[in-house]
Design a protein around this ligand. Structure first.
Ligand code: PRP
Ligand code: URA
Length: 209
């Protein structure tokens, strides 16, 4: 079974409390989502492999380390995942970015895929799938299906708020995928929204509604 980690760093928890507030406006919401994504990326990238390098400093040779091997692809699930991309790119600027478009049918709560555009070498990359919300898990599962179909094997899922139902479903369907979240909330309501959650992440990020 992949890792399941609730990232309880005080800065992450503080910022999450700010965006949960229904009075947090679009501008602040967008900025803070990116800030949380940066903080989460620091730990999500902790197991990236290193290689030894000798670096000539002004005073001698340092036996140092650089990141080796697999390169990173950040794959936001549209729309709301877009809100986390810049924050991760701040830490990993050489990452490539793929996009998977997914919307949830409001009645059935089933996801529908409408767009997939990935780096051509996705199979060789460490993939960070990002979406602020893991509710029923349907969107994350279908996005990861789409990635695996195209050869991706090394996948981590990064979200801000998750529901127990979604975590369980994602772990069942993709047990190899590590899940990182800033909070594990209580439950889903009858409309498939996370309670207490933070509402509709896409609408709050983009000011729609
Ligand atoms: C939201 C959210 C996730 C999905 C989570 O997207 O950003 O992608 O719902 O729900 P699930 O775990 O039950 O699938 P939504 O479908 O509202 O689309 P949007 O980002 O375009 O608003
Ligand atoms: N999508 C959201 O944006 N919020 C939820 O609570 C559930 C799904």
């Amino acid at each position: 079974m992949g890792k399941f980690e609730v990232m309880d760093h005080p800065l992450i928890q503080h910022k999450l409390a700010m965006i949960r507030d229904k009075n947090c406006g679009t501008k602040d919401f967008r900025q803070i989502v990116n800030e949380i994504a940066t903080l989460m990326a620091y730990d999500v990238s902790r197991d990236m492999p290193l290689e030894d390098v000798d670096v000539q400093t002004p005073e001698g040779v340092a036996h140092a380390h650089k990141i080796a091997g697999k390169k990173v692809a950040i794959v936001p699930i549209l729309r709301a995942g877009i809100g986390m991309v810049d924050g991760i790119l701040d830490l990993i600027p050489a990452a490539k970015v793929g996009h998977i478009g997914m919307y949830r049918d409001e009645k059935t709560l089933k996801p529908h895929e409408y767009f997939v555009k990935l780096p051509s070498d996705i199979a060789q990359r460490q993939v960070f799938v990002v979406d602020p919300m893991l509710a029923t898990g349907g969107s994350a599962i279908m996005a990861i299906d789409a990635l695996k179909k195209r050869g991706a094997t090394n996948i981590k899922f990064v979200c801000l708020v998750s529901a127990p139902e979604g975590v369980k479903a994602l772990q069942k369907k993709h047990p190899d995928v590590d899940i990182y979240t800033a909070a594990l909330d209580d439950h889903l309501n009858e409309n498939g929204y996370i309670v207490p959650g933070l509402g509709d992440a896409g609408d709050r990020l983009f000011g729609t509604k």
